[in-house]
Design a binder for this molecule. Structure first.
Ligand code: S3P
Length: 188
């Protein structure tokens, strides 16, 4: 399988999309893009400010515009925000010339990794765990449906996840494919 021109990482808050995406891009010699950071740069303000002033609707409009713009940018790894899959129109931008990798994390890992977070407006309330659970129920089927590759990230280092993604992207012979499958099963 030749390497795809774009690799798009989707998944919930706390799945490791940015950390893993940056390392994956470095390994492949691809450009790394992070849609949340680009939204902030364009707007000159951080995400909590955008949610405050423009509401979630305003943020989602900015997100769609960036995803559309990045859909034909060529060799790149794109880390998306957890809600990027919620608008149907975004699916076209996400899928264009891309392999979509769903970085899947258990609810426990998401809770652990987003604890004390101040930059995710959706979690600034009395019960962020309940929000994460509700979002997982709503979004997991959508991530799964869109994904070409589903990669569990629980208890794995970013380095291991990167290696497993590269193995999945480029399995050369049937024997290597079998070996990769076996290796993956050990780490699930
Ligand atoms: C969101 C996830 C965030 C960010 C925004 C909304 C969501 O990105 O886009 O706070 O709806 O799940 P991360 O998934 O990188 O935290």
């Amino acid at each position: 399988m030749p390497l795809p021109s774009r690799i798009v990482l989707v998944g919930p808050m706390g799945a490791g999309k940015s950390t893993i995406g940056r390392q994956l891009a470095r390994e492949l010699g691809y450009r790394f893009l992070d849609s949340d950071r680009m939204i902030e740069e364009r707007c000159g303000a951080d995400i909590p400010w955008i949610f405050d002033v423009e509401g979630e609707g305003g943020f989602r409009q900015r997100e769609s515009a960036i995803l559309r713009e990045l859909s034909d940018i060529g060799a790149s790894v794109l880390a998306t925000g957890g809600g990027a899959i919620m608008k149907d129109e975004n699916h076209e931008w996400l899928k264009r010339d891309a392999v979509i990798v769903y970085l899947k994390a258990s609810l426990e890992q998401q809770i652990e990794r987003t604890r004390k977070d101040r930059n995710r407006p959706l979690l600034q309330n009395d019960d962020p765990e309940a929000v994460l659970r509700r979002l997982f129920e709503l979004r997991d089927p959508i991530y799964s449906r869109l994904a070409d590759i589903v990669m569990l990230t629980d208890r794995k280092s970013p380095r291991l996840v990167v290696r497993q993604i590269i193995n999945r992207l480029n399995p050369r012979t049937p024997r290597q494919r079998r070996k990769i499958r076996k290796e993956d099963q050990k780490h699930v």
